[in-house]
Every structure is written in structure tokens, then in C-alpha cells.
Design a protein around this ligand. Sequence first.
Ligand SMILES: Cc1cc2nc3c(=O)[nH]c(=O)nc-3n(C[C@H](O)[C@H](O)[C@H](O)COP(=O)(O)O)c2cc1C
Length: 194
Amino acid sequence: MKFNDNSSGLALLKTRKSASAKAMGEPGPTAEQLSEILSIAVRVPDHGKLTPWRFVLFSGEARQRFGEVLARRWQEKYPEHGAESVAFQRGLFMRAPMVLAVISRAAPHPKIPEWEQLLSSAAVCQNIVLAASAMGIGAQWQTDWPAYDAEVFKAMGLEPHEKVAGFIYLGTPTAALEERPRPDPATLLTRWGE
Ligand SMILES: Cc1cc2nc3c(=O)[nH]c(=O)nc-3n(C[C@H](O)[C@H](O)[C@H](O)COP(=O)(O)O)c2cc1C
């Protein structure tokens, strides 16, 4: 039986490019679009069906309040950096109408290695990027320092074993998406036994 015979799906996969958080404006996803993005996000391979991920959404005014957390923490970490750099961090999540954090909940499990649980959260991030692209919404998967800072994690309400797999910036690109050279897959392929 033939299924998923969808040439427009293939065209999307062949041409998808990330937008840039540096050039992302309004509007962001509507409530309906966000709901659709999330329903596609959870449609990923997940060994053991553990659902080893969850989401934290930053939108509207909350982005500004989170910016205060980032600015305060940045100043603590780098007191020698100037006001301009603090202001940049304060505005980090204001660069896009919406930032969707994918949180890995990977934890020790008797059968499923944590590595596999982490891989599943990467698939969630990529599904979000693909779903957004299919809907004509710009998306960029970022991490940056807030994805590695324990104090930021606390402010986000993360449990001690949780990690940020990605902060996905979502919005309307204000500049043409840039193509970049892609690796030649033939140079990456080894045929075992030949
Ligand atoms: C785990 C992960 C973290 C990333 N973090 C950042 C980041 O912090 N800042 C950034 O500019 N790009 C980051 N990127 C790269 C962008 O998501 C993306 O690869 C880049 O914009 C090129 O787009 P494209 O290759 O999807 O077309 C990250 C990618 C991955 C997979």
C-alpha cells in the first residue's frame, strides 16, 4: 500500500531553511497554529513511549519579564560586561513574537537509555521547525547560554534532571531566508563491507 504520497511534503523537506531570530517580526503563530504545531511536535519516535519531553511557552508580555531574569543573571555572570550587552540579553526573547522551549525530561530508566530519550527531544525540536515552515511561519532552533544556566532553569520551573533541548523562535521573517551550502551526503556515506 502506498501512503504519505505527498510531493509537497517532499518539496518542503528539500527546501526548508531556518529563519533567523535576528530578523523575525509579528505576527507569531495564532492559537490555532500553535496548537497544530504542538500536535505535530509530539508525533515523534519515542522508544518506550515515555514522552520524555515537555514545553514552556514564552509569548506576549511574559517575554519581557523573562528578559529581566536573563538580564539579572547575565550581570551576575559577567559583571564586567557593559550596559549594551545587558540590554541585549534583556531583549533576547523579544526578538520573536513567540519562543517555544522544548524541555527534555530524560531520566534513568531500566530499559531505555537516557541518550535515546534525549534524541527523541531533538526530533520534537525538528518537528516544530518543520511544522512551522509548512505553515509559512519562520522558525529557528536556538540554545544559547540560557539553555545551559541552572539559575535560568530555576526561573523556568525546570526540575533538576530536566534540560533545554531548544528554544525555538517563531515568527514572521523580516528578511529573505538565507540558503547555506549543505554537505554532500555521498561524502558522508560508508557502505559497510565494500
Ligand atoms: C541544538 C541546536 C542549537 C542551536 N543553537 C543555536 C544558537 O544558539 N544560535 C544560532 O544562531 N543558531 C543555533 N543553531 C543553528 C540553527 O538552528 C540553524 O541550524 C541555522 O540557523 C541554519 O539553518 P538551517 O541549517 O536549518 O537552514 C542551533 C542548532 C541546533 C541543532
